[in-house]
Ligand binder design. Sequence first.
Ligand SMILES: NC(=O)c1ccc[n+]([C@@H]2O[C@H](COP(=O)([O-])OP(=O)(O)OC[C@H]3O[C@@H](n4cnc5c(N)ncnc54)[C@H](O)[C@@H]3O)[C@@H](O)[C@H]2O)c1
Length: 318
Amino acid sequence: MRVLLTGGAGFVGSNLALKMLQDGHEIVAADNLYLGKLRFLEPCHKFPAFNFVQADLLDLDNTIKLCRGCDIVIHLAANSDISLGRQKTDLDLQLGYLTTYNLLEGMRIENVPEIIFASSSAIYGEADVVPTPESFGPLCPISLYGASKLAAEGLITAFAHNFGKKAWIFRFGNVIGPNVTHGIFYDFVNRLRSDSSKLRILGDGRQAKPYIHVTDLISGILFAHQNSSSEINIFNLATSGNSSVKFIADTIVEEMGLNGIPYEFTGTAKGWIGDVAKVALDVSRLGNLGWKTKLTSDEAIRLAAKEVVSQFKCGIYS
Ligand SMILES: NC(=O)c1ccc[n+]([C@@H]2O[C@H](COP(=O)([O-])OP(=O)(O)OC[C@H]3O[C@@H](n4cnc5c(N)ncnc54)[C@H](O)[C@@H]3O)[C@@H](O)[C@H]2O)c1
């Protein structure tokens, strides 16, 4: 398969590119390097079937050209920092929604038949059914990021229906592992490296979310793509249980040999406005197809803590 992988230099993208190259696919990774890093793609360059294109998906003409000759678009590019939406209110509109429109338009014009889209549990907002199934509604996101993902899902289903495309929409839980570009693992390790005398934690530490390791996430995406074939295929993709922010702090602090340092909680139940403090996803739809994660949420955290701390030591982020 010739794959256009957007956000290819980002966290999930760089891991997915490598796995799909190993599986024998041809990858065109497109990224404007807003958050992604070329360094993450170094292992991909030994594959002749790998191509990196520095491109901004907000450029419609160029995005149409990128779609030419591809069998599938895997659309990961987005703003991935949820809290930033409050400071720059058109960020998610641009990077989450308009990039999706441009790709769908490119697929329509260049006859690309399939799309895989990285959506998020943020579309559920503060759902009153927990664990939350894919059928939950009405959907009332509480972040501009969640709103842009929900809007993009709608655009994808409408394009698929009108122009004969197939779509796989994955509502990810929190994803962790090597090459993280943002989020709690990145922040905690980064902060502790600059000041190891204490750790500031947004919220009260009791926020609880499902953390899936990126290798499990990729296995789930590829499995669902192979084993479902409706016009629209929507899956929660997460671990079945969840873990607390305090557990992540403890695990990272232990991994860095800093046991006993004090935590400073900012005190509220939410990390920030727009944060959904308690998330649990019903993952039985994908489970019923015969797939489950190898690692639990706690196991994923332990592994990712080792990986991210070691990557910081190796200087991959400097
Ligand atoms: N990581 C998670 O926990 C998580 C959870 C839920 C959903 N998601 C979604 O999964 C996808 C991948 O997330 P990630 O963690 O790898 O994020 P990431 O920020 O590491 O990767 C996104 C990439 O998109 C690129 N990008 C942004 N705007 C672009 C544009 N206009 N043109 C070209 N490239 C652009 C960035 O440079 C970055 O490399 C995102 O859509 C994110 O919203 C991630």
